[in-house]
Ligand binder design. Structure first.
Ligand SMILES: [Zn+2]
Length: 135
């Protein structure tokens, strides 16, 4: 019977010989590296840096890129004007183009307006099912 294939078998490649990027299993990455979300928690961002390593888990089916903490840049803080612009853009996506009501959620672009305005009642049906051609 062949030996069981472990996380080390699939996910340990510190030289990058197999994956082209130094690769570690879950929880085995060296210190000084962090994922994008870990950088964000430190109020940092990768900047223009490429990842220097990766973590693979679930037999290599899941991947997270690692960046050097020392070379990360400070997180950019949006200005009030930028936040206002985002809010306006999201409001536009929530607003029905036909009746102008705010649906309270972002309306899918394939819908023709809000559920109340969709005359064919195609909301919830697959696109193209009731006369709405797939774009
Ligand atoms: Zn509407």
């Amino acid at each position: 019977m062949p030996r069981a294939r472990t996380a080390l078998h699939f996910c340990y490649d510190p030289t990058g010989e197999r994956y082209g990027l130094p690769t570690y299993p879950w929880r085995m990455a060296p210190a000084g590296l962090a994922t994008r979300r870990q950088l964000l928690a430190l109020e940092l961002r990768p900047g223009q840096r490429e990842p220097v390593a990766q973590i693979l888990w679930r037999r290599g089916r899941r991947r997270a890129y690692l960046y050097e903490i020392a070379k990360a840049k400070p997180k950019r803080i949006p200005t009030l004007a930028q936040l206002a612009a985002i809010e306006r853009a999201l409001a536009a996506r929530r607003t029905c183009t036909r009746c102008g009501t705010d649906a309270g959620y972002c309306l899918p672009r394939r819908w023709d307006g809000c559920p109340a305005c969709d005359p064919a009642g195609t909301v919830g049906a697959p696109a193209g099912a009731a006369g709405h051609p797939i774009p």
